[in-house]
Design a protein around this ligand. Structure first.
Ligand code: FAD
Length: 521
């Protein structure tokens, strides 16, 4: 395989909200290189529907109320200082996004059309129709394209970050002086492996949804950043807190990505009904459809277990058609495209893996346990979400931490030097995989294992079963990895097995139910 060295000041892995916002903030100080494994806009960010939470209308809302809502949703496992910081700094960061050109819906020239979602006691969600993430991604990519210091390499897959380990030193998790010099990155089109050497490395690789059989996340969400960081002996945290979105569209086939029906629709008045037509949320929580999403997801899971059905319904038939289409054109069009008219038919929905609250452990600046590595966005565990993320807080978290990481790294990066003896990738002794089935089948097994045994409701028996299956998958895949020429499929599988292992390990450690981690013995 061909190899080549590339030098940059700031290496950013990922082109979602976190990576792009960070890039814009540091670009006036040095050379920025963003690598992204697919097209630049293929990110979790692009699919965000509901919006971004920020205290905007001080007549009804307050910073304290948003803080309280975040902590209540997180079952108090949140880091209160971080919650306070994100909620307080959030409106300023959102304003910067607006100044860059992001358009959020308004009711008149001055006032935003603020929505309310599950777990929020006030209307505070800024949104662009029901395609808020698309609008944010568009805005940021346009701004990045105009900046002469920022280069994006699309279809470039990051394999591993580079540390002292690659200089032949023994690196264990006990070491507190691990530092990073960049990353090995595969150009998927040419098969060349770049040794990208950087003063600062930012992991902004997003979510892990593909580790489960049903997910709202796109195919890129394979937890690569968390896995490569863990392999480099960095600290990760709270991996057991996996959020399932209660209402993904049920289409009766196994999808790689399920279409999300935003909970803003429940805020708008839609009602959940079982297949007998009975509204059931009252049995589970007095907030009914507006309860936090873990409660709603478990309620649906329970209804499905009792009835043996594959889905429940979201009933929108009583809602105002014109207003609905105005607010949720994307969802309306999707439903109509598969023959469901939301004003005639109820929408079939089921829970799907949606968001990871845990991840790479970071401080208030996004600094990880490995020097020169910042982790921002969904791959990071900041302490904001605690045991459960409040709806629409993740885009906000990504903005606030991208900003803080930028400020911190700008103050330090010029002091960082890069050793001269960093080797290029060594592909000696490896060959192209002869049977892709070994990889594709193992991926399915992993996803089924995680969905069946480490899903919404967990038990010791299920977790142990997952552990044993994962051990086998790990052994088989490591043996294959050792002799296979690097390719995206085997690396993603390796990363997803690592993520499955971390979630299961952390879930086994936490004996009592809290937030998203729900155990039944
Ligand atoms: C359907 C859906 C709806 C959502 N709705 C909302 C909402 O309304 N409000 C809200 O706050 N949050 C929402 N979320 C969550 C939110 O969108 C994400 O948490 C957030 O966008 C993550 O941003 P990010 O920058 O961390 O990662 P992403 O936007 O996922 O970007 C990750 C980037 O990393 C790249 N990458 C990954 N691995 C590698 C690798 N090995 N090499 C190179 N590049 C790599 C990817 O290609 C991608 O560019 C939603 C999520 C989904 C899936």
């Amino acid at each position: 395989m061909k190899t080549r060295k590339v030098y940059t000041d700031f290496l950013i892995i990922g082109s979602g909200i976190a990576g792009l916002f960070y890039a814009l903030k540091v670009a006036h100080k040095g050379k920025v290189l963003i690598v992204t494994k697919d097209k630049k806009d293929e990110t979790n960010t692009r699919y965000a529907q509901g919006g971004i939470a920020a205290v905007w209308d001080m007549t009804h809302d307050s910073i304290e109320k948003h803080i309280q809502d975040t902590i209540v949703a997180g079952s108090g496992v949140n880091d209160e200082n971080i919650v306070r910081m994100v909620v307080s700094e959030g409106p300023q960061r959102v304003k910067e996004l607006i100044d860059l050109g992001a358009q959020f819906d308004k009711i008149d020239n001055e006032h935003y059309d603020l929505a309310r979602e599950g777990g929020h006691t006030e209307k505070r969600i800024l949104h662009h129709k029901d395609i808020t993430g698309w609008e944010i991604e568009r805005t940021l990519l346009e701004a990045v394209a105009k900046h002469p210091n920022i280069q994006i390499l699309e279809h470039h897959f990051t394999i591993d970050i580079i540390t002292q380990h690659h200089l032949g030193e023994i690196v264990t998790s006990q070491r507190t002086d691990i530092e990073c010099y960049g990353a090995y990155v595969l150009n998927k089109k040419t098969n060349e492996i770049l040794t990208i050497l950087s003063k600062v490395t930012v992991i902004a690789t997003g979510g892990i949804g593909q580790t489960y059989a049903v997910t709202t996340n796109p195919a890129i969400a394979t937890g690569d950043g968390i896995a490569m960081f863990y392999r480099a002996k960095g600290l990760v945290k709270d991996m057991e807190f996996v959020q399932f979105h209660p209402t993904a569209l049920y289409e009766g086939k196994s999808n790689t990505q399920s279409f999300l029906i935003t909970e803003a629709i429940r805020g708008f008045g839609a009602i959940l009904r079982n297949q007998k037509g009975e509204a059931f949320m009252e049995k589970y929580d007095e907030r009914k459809e507006l309860a936090p999403r873990d409660i709603v997801a478990r309620a649906i899971d329970n209804e499905l277990k009792i009835s043996g059905d594959d889905f429940v319904y979201l009933d929108c038939r009583h809602l105002d058609r014109k207003e609905f289409i105005n607010h949720f054109p994307n969802i309306y069009n999707k439903c109509m495209s598969i023959g469901i008219d939301p004003f005639v038919d109820m929408i079939p929905v089921a829970p799907a893996m949606h968001y990871l609250c845990g991840g790479i452990q970071v401080d208030k600046n996004g600094q990880s346990s490995i020097r020169r590595v910042y982790a921002i966005g969904e791959c990071a565990c900041t302490g904001l979400h605690g045991a459960n993320r409040l709806a629409s807080n993740s885009l906000l978290e990504a903005l606030v931490f991208a900003h803080n990481a930028a400020v911190d790294s700008i103050s330090k990066f010029e002091h960082h030097t890069i050793p001269e003896n960093i080797p290029d990738w060594n592909a000696e002794g490896t060959t192209q995989p002869e049977e892709m089935i070994l990889i594709t089948q193992a991926r399915k097994e992993l996803q089924q294992t995680m969905s069946s045994y480490v899903g919404i409701v967990r038990s010791n028996v299920r977790l142990k079963r997952a552990w044993d299956r994962l051990e086998l998958l790990y052994q088989e895949n490591e043996a294959l990895y050792e002799k296979t020429t690097i390719n995206q499929a085997i690396c993603e599988l390796r990363n997803m097995i690592c993520i499955g292992y971390l979630i299961t390990k952390h879930a086994m450690r936490r004996k009592k139910s809290i937030g998203l981690h729900y155990v039944v013995g």
